[in-house]
Design a protein around this ligand. Sequence first.
Ligand SMILES: *Cc1c(COP(=O)(O)O)cnc(C)c1O
Length: 376
Amino acid sequence: MNQRIWLSSPHLSGNEMKYIHDAFQKNWITSIGDNINGFEEDLKTYLGNNHQVIALNSCTSALHLALVMLGVNKDDEVICQSMTFSASANPIVYQGAKPIFIDSEPETWNICPIALEKAIKDRIEKGKTLKAIITVHLYGMPYKIDEVHAVADKYDIPIIEDAAEALGSSYKGLAAGTFGHFGTISFNGNKIITTSGGGALVCQTQEDKDKTVFLATQARDNAPHYQHSNIGYNYRMSNIVAGIGRGQIEVLNHRVKARRAMHEFYLEVFNEIEGVTVFTEPSSDFYSNHWLSAILIDEKITGKTREELRLAFLEDNIESRPLWKPMHLQPIFADFPYYGGNVAEELFEKGLCLPSGSNLTDVDRLRIKAVIDKTF
Ligand SMILES: *Cc1c(COP(=O)(O)O)cnc(C)c1O
């Protein structure tokens, strides 16, 4: 059997252990220490220095805390892009609030500003309280920031930007994760850089950062005994894990370059194949880290489905995967309101994510190309 080619696997720099050793040496192995401070500082610099960053144990935790910080409570409503991973929507339910799902637009595959405004108008008409909008940069592709934020600003609803997949992406030169009231980043094992598992919340003020750290570390009031006036969470990143992050962020720009090169590779491979389109930035305003390269297969033109290509890859021990199945089509979320048409649904039917890791070799690319050529 050929060696497995993964969709996206961890790619270490070799510098991670240096920081981990440092944490052990100083005996700072829990929720404070130089690695946490250093990693937050590195991220802050990477994001352009106008924001505060809080290192947490996952992006899901970051999304949850963003909702808590915005005061989302039982029976509130939170709008969420339907085409995403379930972790974007789950924290809404953790708070007892109700998710309202929105269709994608076909250019960036992200939240459609027109469907968004329709939904907001309708919810307001129905007398509902909309507390936040969760937007996503799918596979690293920035959403239509100007159009979406214009709608959110018009109705004065804060945006939580799920940039889990988009560290290294930007829109008009500004980093993904810095546009919303809050932004969230993931360092899960399959993301562009990893801390084995982890995440970060991006916020605008030191005050918000302090409050988030307080909530993330069990909300202990200032007293010699354990005193609590708030519900707390155990969501902080450990100083050991942050050491992995410090070793990873050193090579982030290389990882972005390599992922973008994979996207270029697929553009070239599919250039000749009619009926297959590679997911690409709609204009030079958008800069995707191309965390995952993805394609749409038009069955009418190619005579092939995405499932046929997926199985052909699998036969050669190559991993590929359908796009995120939209949340409004998920059994657990099927009863919640949905606004839009069938853009997300069609993307799900036609789309496939392809091996995109920054650690793929020329030999891997030859194997990938051979399967594609054989299939079409
Ligand atoms: C990976 C991912 C998350 C969850 O990140 P974790 O760090 O694993 O909690 C959330 N949203 C999106 C869009 C993701 O891809």
